[in-house]
Design a protein around this ligand. Structure first.
Ligand code: NIG
Ligand code: FE
Length: 408
């Protein structure tokens, strides 16, 4: 066994419920705390000196100076495997061009598809691992990563295989998701429905065979796939044994309803969700995932996180890091900003980037510092956990632990 501490504060998030609004009084703070690790899992959290005297013959990892510890974060929605760069899209949007004009002049998702198809596997792997390391440095140890810039058998499998190879180079948990239904590629001859059939017949069986992903995502939107065809597709993927996530209600409402109806693990975006659908989501076990990075990248409104929490939804917050709509990648900055605009408590934000976002990925073994859970945690050089969100991302994580071992 190993005891790590003392920490000025250990924020456990133990006993905080999975759904609904939270007050900061619900945050358990262990002062002068220690984290006792056994076989890579959390054995006990308590006062450091008490744990030290109660447990003889244990290894002690002494913490220097004033630090606090809290559960490591989970980013449950990213597109960080990509080639190229869309800085020109960003500049054109800010200069007043519309999404359609940008797509027509060679930008948009399709341009990332071309760059990703043309990139070498080595280059894609290298940049992917660099982005993973950037996220780990923020205190994120569980990262969902989507395909969706390949959009044919060869290139979707290429992306998912690279994500699998990246897993061999990092201790972070990577959760791959097949997003072949991001957009019908321009070089596909046939209708949307035919492209969805192609995914079912040609891509998903191979994804399964090679065990490349257990989750399927789709972008339901006027410019991508329509609710009815998407619903039929998702029910079929479910029959194949995949878990479901949905890009829902980003610009127009209607698709979070589909996500709930098919029993998706999460409905992500929701910037345009109407009140009636907020209620529908709140009554379901489908996690509502806010992606403030996309609102900041596009200059669009934020997901109605306050209303979702008040209605009793399970609210997660993720970065959506991608080359187009969300280029920043700093989940801590984004979650802090979402909190100021949506009036979220510290407890709601911390829950949204820890155990609630892990739940969206079907991972219930992490995100709280509690006996028996995965010993992934992050430390900050400060005397008070409120400083993390207050500094809006500029207070950097000091150390990051995965399975009880310091990785940073
Ligand atoms: O989550 N909305 C669709 N997909 C991505 C954007 C991807 C891109 O622009 O490359 C998103 O925002
Ligand atoms: Fe996305």
């Amino acid at each position: 066994m190993k005891l790590i501490g003392p920490f000025r504060q250990v924020i456990t998030l133990a006993n905080i419920p999975l759904r609904g609004k939270l007050s900061d009084e619900q945050i358990e703070i262990i002062e002068d705390g220690g984290i006792l690790i056994s076989q890579n899992k959390i054995h006990q959290i308590g006062n450091f000196e008490a744990l030290k005297s109660e447990n003889q013959n244990i290894e002690i990892e002494e913490i220097e100076g004033m630090q606090i510890a809290l559960p490591a974060f989970t980013d449950s929605h990213t597109h960080i495997c990509f080639g190229g760069n869309r800085a020109n899209d960003f500049a054109m949007r800010n200069a007043g061009k519309t999404y359609l004009e940008i797509a027509e002049s060679g930008g948009g998702i399709w341009s990332s598809v071309q760059h990703t198809r043309n990139a070498s596997e080595q280059e894609l792997l290298k940049t992917l691992v660099e982005r993973i390391d950037f996220l780990i440095a923020l205190g994120i140890t569980t990262i969902e990563i989507k395909s969706g810039y390949g959009l044919d058998v060869e290139n979707e499998l290429k992306m998912l295989r690279i994500i699998k190879r990246a897993q061999q180079q990092t201790k972070a948990t990577l959760v791959p998701t097949c997003l072949s239904a991001h957009l019908k590629p321009r070089d596909f001859e046939g209708s949307n429905e035919q492209y969805l059939e192609y995914i079912l017949a040609e891509i998903l069986p191979k994804v399964k065979e090679e065990n490349l992903a257990k989750r399927v995502d789709i972008f339901i939107e006027k410019s991508a796939f329509q609710p009815e065809e998407s619903k039929a597709f998702l029910l079929k993927t479910k029959n194949l044994g995949f878990e479901i996530a949905v890009h829902a209600d980003q610009f127009t409402p209607g698709s979070s309803r589909v996500a709930v109806e098919v029993g998706a693990k999460s409905a992500d975006h929701l910037e345009a969700t109407i009140d009636e659908d907020i209620e529908f989501l709140a009554e379901s076990d489908t996690v509502a995932t806010a992606l403030p990075g996309a609102s900041l990248g596009l200059g669009e409104k934020f997901t109605p996180a306050r209303k979702l929490l008040d209605a009793g939804a399970i609210l997660a917050i993720a970065s959506d890091w991608n080359p187009g709509s969300a280029p920043m990648g700093n989940l801590i900055t984004q979650a802090s900003i979402l909190a100021t605009f949506e009036k979220l408590t510290t407890a709601e934000v911390l829950a949204g980037i820890t155990f609630r976002s892990a739940f969206a990925l079907g991972l219930e073994d992490r995100g709280k510092l509690k006996s028996g859970l995965k010993a992934d945690f992050v430390t900050f050089k400060t005397n008070n956990f409120q400083n993390i969100l207050y500094n809006q991302g500029s207070l950097k994580a000091e150390n990051v632990y995965i399975d009880g071992e310091k990785v940073l």
